[in-house]
Design a binder for this molecule. Structure first.
Ligand code: HPA
Ligand code: ZN
Length: 329
């Protein structure tokens, strides 16, 4: 079996995926029409042309704009169901997804509509083809901590569905310290914590996510290589770093895939794995991320196995399930 076939067929898990980032342009158009929502594009071609980002901020503007077409529970269900089918296609057997409730509640959509639509679709996927899942609620870091506390109150009501809390949106200028009290309360209420850090922002934001927010994983984390002591700590603690190669190129964290630092991270024995982040915006789902980064960095089959096994290890599957899947890899 060649390496591309291996990547496609091997069972995988995904740990860094924003469900709103799976909204494909044709689906966006259909929903805009159905719900009578204005979007600033005439056709799918115009949408795709707008996906030429210069940094994280320029992407987020379009990403939040696109999310406005999601109105009813069935819209969140259909969005999530479409992603679940992609999981099946890519042989993803377990996924831990993010959702951004403030993107929706701030335009008058009830929290219940959002969480119920997402949860019901994942439950159906679990029943029909065994996809296991966790749901992580992200706080938008460009908004206030007070707004985050309001979301946490909702999450507490839906503790049976929401496993953890994360931190996303504009990184630079919105340091982890802004959310220290919110994360403390989240932990007290039984949520595990995660944070995007070191995507565009400095290594200090990774340090602070660990020390102030007590995170279980760092999302992205690619800037860690600028800090030798940090790298030593991440290695020693086996802190997972959920790297997203196509995202990093689209948002110009690296100029091209050949310049991506994933191989360097692997060689330093950091606990890295590959994810798709916002696949509808960044040009590909998990298999495409793996196939393209393998080719660009000439990763060996052992590198690919390490990435996939790391991902199972860093997931919140039971130890028994982890072992079962890892033995299949
Ligand atoms: N970074 C920060 N916020 C986000 C991202 C990301 O990669 N994707 C969706 N929201
Ligand atoms: Zn992300």
């Amino acid at each position: 079996m060649n390496i591309v076939e291996f990547i496609k067929k091997v069972p995988k898990t995904e740990l860094h995926l924003h469900i709103e980032g799976t909204l494909e342009p044709d689906h966006m158009f259909k929903l805009a029409k159905k719900n009578n929502i204005f979007i600033p594009f005439k056709n799918i071609k115009e949408v795709k042309e707008a996906y030429n980002f210069s940094n994280l901020e320029s992407f987020l503007k379009i990403y939040y704009e696109g999310s406005k077409v999601l109105i009813k529970e069935e819209d969140f269900f259909d969005l999530t169901w479409a992603y679940a089918l992609k999981c099946k296609e890519d042989n993803i057997v377990h996924t831990e997804i993010f959702f951004d409730p403030q993107t929706h509640t701030n335009r008058g959509i009830n929290f219940e509509i959002v969480i119920n639509g997402i949860y019901k679709a994942l439950q159906k996927a679990n029943k029909e083809f065994g996809l296991s899942f966790k749901i992580i609620m992200c706080f938008l870091r460009h908004l206030s901590e007070k707004s985050g506390f309001e979301m946490l109150d909702h999450a507490i009501v839906h503790k049976d569905k929401i496993f953890g809390v994360g931190l996303d949106s504009s990184e630079i200028g919105n340091p982890p310290s802004k959310f220290q009290k919110l994360f403390k309360k989240s932990i007290e209420k039984g949520f595990l914590t995660f944070a995007h850090a070191g995507e565009e922002g400095p290594p200090e934001y990774i340090w602070d996510s660990i020390n102030l927010l007590n995170v279980k994983r760092i999302d992205h984390g690619v800037q860690c290589l600028h800090d030798k002591i940090l790298v030593e700590k991440l290695c020693k603690d086996k802190t997972p770093l959920t790297v997203c190669p196509l995202s990093n190129i689209k948002l110009r964290v690296f100029n091209k895939l050949k310049e991506h630092n994933l191989k360097k991270m692997l060689d330093k024995k950091l606990m890295v794995m590959v994810n798709s982040d916002d696949p509808a915006y960044f040009g590909g789902y998990l298999n495409k991320n793996l196939i393209e980064i393998q080719s660009a960095l000439n990763l060996s089959i052992d590198d690919i196995k390490t990435l996939i096994i790391n991902s199972f290890k860093a997931s919140f599957l039971t130890e028994e399930k982890k072992m079962e899947w890892i033995s299949k890899v």
